[in-house]
Design a protein around this ligand. Structure first.
Ligand code: RTP
Ligand code: MG
Length: 142
């Protein structure tokens, strides 16, 4: 699989709960390195563009409302098989179905307010990283 990069978001519910550091710690303990990071409040246009694949789905308006409800942190994680590894750390979309010890099991309240986003493939990761970061903002880590 090799070293990959993936896009992660700490969503507004988790920022509001003040658990950014605890979530970053999960990434670091799993051997993923943060190679870019920033905090911002998404505009509706940004949230709609980021989740464009879900446009037209019944949950789309609620998803955009939620993602614009407060600040988020966006970060690029790097490591061996980072895309799948991050998805495993996150747990299932619905926290009620998320395995014990995953980020969503421990920090998420509902399928809407589910604490984190992670790219679901290498192709999505490339698109999502470019959505938030320029090449010069991605740092080399040794
Ligand atoms: P994410 O993109 O945020 O990492 O979440 P995911 O891959 O686990 O789930 P995805 O299918 O991409 O859905 C994006 C977000 O939309 C909300 N959702 N609600 N009510 C529903 O059936 C439903 N399905 C999806 C969730 O908040 C999910 O994180
Ligand atoms: Mg997704």
């Amino acid at each position: 699989m090799g070293v990959q990069r993936t896009l992660s978001i700490v969503k507004p519910d988790a920022v509001s709960k003040n658990v950014i550091g605890e979530i970053y710690s999960r990434f670091e303990k799993a051997g993923l390195r943060i190679v870019a990071a920033k905090m911002l409040r998404l505009s509706r246009e940004q949230a709609e563009g980021f989740y464009a694949e879900h446009k037209g789905r019944p949950f789309f308006p609620a998803l955009v409302d939620f993602m614009t409800s407060g600040p988020v942190t966006v970060q690029v994680l790097e490591g061996e098989g980072a895309v799948l590894q991050n998805r495993e750390l996150m747990g299932a979309t619905n926290p009620k179905e998320a395995a014990a010890g995953t980020i969503r099991a421990d920090f998420a309240e509902s399928i809407d307010a589910n604490a984190v986003h992670g790219s679901d493939s290498e192709e999505s990761a490339a698109r999502e990283i470019a959505f938030f970061f320029s090449t010069s903002e991605l740092c080399e880590r040794v």
